[in-house]
Design a protein around this ligand. Structure first.
Ligand code: TXA
Ligand code: MG
Length: 539
């Protein structure tokens, strides 16, 4: 812990923070985008403190902040074509330009790259502080690595108290998302991170600008990130965020009655919902959404919820920055409530889940997605997932013919809670994204509902994608008989297998509705009853 001093934005505050920075300290300072955690950009030791304070990965370079164009001297090695035209038009403002690195920039700033990102902020406090420090300031956003960027001094205090020498309160940040990052060192200008200056604005000066694939899609395993920051998990609140595309009416029906969740919705929508909500600006008002998004993500952490369902913002103008941040907060999980609605079906082994799935889909013309089948598909010989499993659980879980030894994997993966978690963290995200891809394909075919059939529907959190979840239930004695008969195994073995799963009661508690699949209940009547109950959500 170090002593943190809090300053107001006035002459004394600026002078003292400037002095702290000149003397090798680090300080949280306001900018028009988000608060930055600043240090003298020419002082490698001071910059190293930023990485420690944030817990920032060592390969993620910092942006250098200047207040006047003359400060580019020594910061950049040369000024590429287009840089001055951009500066002329958008500086001071929320734009960072990647240029060849100058001789005064230590490796701590650029993390070994031969380029450097430079930006001239427009916030008067940021400009006054850089002037007072007398040197350019290297500054990432002033959050702990992984949390949403801070847009008020309070956010900086929450994350950096005891970690930085000073915090200067300059009120709430206008833009609310970090600067646009554009690279001018490649053959063509390239947008690495969307922000306050839109792609359209960049193109008005530069002509065509390439958009890096990491802007809207997940970086593939082992792919090299053009902007190292893009590969790290970002902005993640404790709750699972899911982006929900589609009309408000379908969104309203989808979230209606859901437990332990909140809505991130547009202004005026919250009062029409029956779940807790945070409004993030008017629909189609990207500037307002950018301004409110990070505050909303932080507020989620104070709510006792498991899931946040976010309305999908526009993707043009500053909206590209909003969706880029939201996609990262959501770990790229997007569902489309104008497409096929997802019904979740689960049940303990022997409950008759597969029989029910088959009958339900046939009766209502509903498409069937079997997550156990997906799990088998993605662990086929030579698949990347199989390689990941082998490196996580030992090469000998792969048999001589290249296939997965499921029994050996199960023995290891269920040996401890930690191992099970490791298995799930490899399997569940991929199963989820494959399942969603299948849902989209069925939507294209014109299906209005799909049945997602998954034994581990709650453990994998796939239930959060579903309009509702049904659990197929039968008493343990009956399930035991069914398993022994179905798999021709002994009573002991059957009991052992049942013990590895949630109990019938646990399933029932988590599901929205229970479907009784044993005499004297009539399975077909049970199916009709449930579909009737949720008609509003799926039709
Ligand atoms: O608005 C902002 O840009 C804020 C305020 C404080 O200025 N700063 C900020 O910094 O967002 P940070 O460190 O959170 O994000 C900097 C991003 C990272 O994604 C980083 O990988 C990228 O810029 N970056 C920095 N230098 C780079 C370089 N030489 N080449 C490619 N990407 C670079
Ligand atoms: Mg950041």
């Amino acid at each position: 812990m170090i002593e943190t001093k809090l300053f107001e934005y006035n002459e004394d505050g600026v002078r003292e923070v400037g002095e702290i920075l000149r003397n090798g300290g680090i300080a949280g300072i306001p900018t028009e985008t988000v608060y930055g955690l600043a240090a003298n950009a020419f002082d490698g030791q001071a910059v190293a403190k930023i990485f420690r304070a944030k817990g920032r990965p060592q390969d993620n370079p910092l942006i250098v902040h200047i207040w006047d164009i003359s400060q580019l001297d020594g910061v950049v090695g040369s000024v590429p074509d287009g840089a001055l035209a951009l500066a002329e038009k958008f500086w001071p403002g929320p734009l960072s330009i990647i240029m060849p690195k100058g001789e005064k920039i230590p490796d701590e700033v650029s993390c070994g790259l031969d380029t450097v990102a430079v930006r001239m902020p427009s916030h008067p406090a940021a400009r006054d502080i850089i002037k007072a420090a007398g040197v350019p300031l290297a500054a990432p956003s002033a959050n702990l690595s992984g949390s949403p960027s801070p847009t008020t001094a309070k956010h900086v205090i929450d994350d950096m108290w005891g970690r930085a020498e000073a915090i200067l309160d300059g009120g709430s940040c206008d833009v609310g998302v970090e600067s646009t990052v554009v690279s001018l060192v490649g053959e063509k200008p390239r947008l690495l991170r969307p922000g306050g200056i839109s792609l359209e604005q960049l193109e008005s000066v530069l002509g065509e600008v390439e958009v890096d694939s990491a802007v809207l899609s997940e970086l593939q395993e082992n792919a090299k990130a053009a902007s190292p920051g893009m590969k790290y998990k970002h902005y993640s609140p404790k709750a699972r965020v899911i982006i929900v595309k589609g009309s408000f009416e379908n969104y309203r029906r989808f979230v209606s009655g859901k437990k332990n969740c909140a809505a991130l919705c547009f202004d005026g929508e919250g009062k029409l919902l029956n779940i807790p909500f945070i409004e993030i600006g008017r629909e189609h008002d990207s500037a307002a959404q950018a301004h409110l998004l990070f505050e909303a993500l932080r507020t989620l952490d104070d709510m006792d919820i498991e899931t946040a369902y976010a309305r999908c913002p526009d993707t043009d103008g500053v909206g590209l920055a909003v969706i880029n941040r939201l996609l990262r907060a959501a770990a790229f999980t997007v569902i489309d409530v104008d497409g096929a609605m997802i019904i979740g079906l689960t049940g303990a082994t022997g409950s008759g889940k597969s029989t029910v799935a088959k009958r339900l889909c046939e009766k209502y013309g509903i498409a069937h997605i079997d997550c156990d089948a997906i799990a088998k598909e993605i662990t086929a010989p030579n698949s990347p997932v199989l390689a990941q499993l082998a490196s996580g659980f030992g090469e000998d879980i792969i048999l001589d013919d290249g296939s997965l030894d499921r029994a050996a994997l199960a023995a290891r993966a269920f040996a401890s809670k930690e191992a099970t978690k490791r298995l799930n963290s490899i399997m569940h995200p991929i199963i989820t994204s494959k399942a969603l891809a299948k849902v989209n394909a069925f939507t294209q075919e014109g299906k209005t509902a799909v049945l997602l059939d998954a034994a581990a529907i709650f453990e994998s959190k796939i239930d959060k994608l579903c309009a509702f979840t049904a659990v197929v239930s039968a008493p343990a004695e009956i399930r035991l008989d069914r398993i022994m008969f179905r798999d021709s195994i002994t009573r002991e073995k059957a009991i052992h297998r049942m013990g590895a799963q949630l109990s019938d009661e646990e399933y029932a508690k988590k599901a929205d509705v229970v479907l009784y699949n044993y005499a004297p209940y009539d399975t077909d009547a049970e199916i009709v009853k449930i579909i009737d109950k949720y008609k509003e959500k799926i039709l």
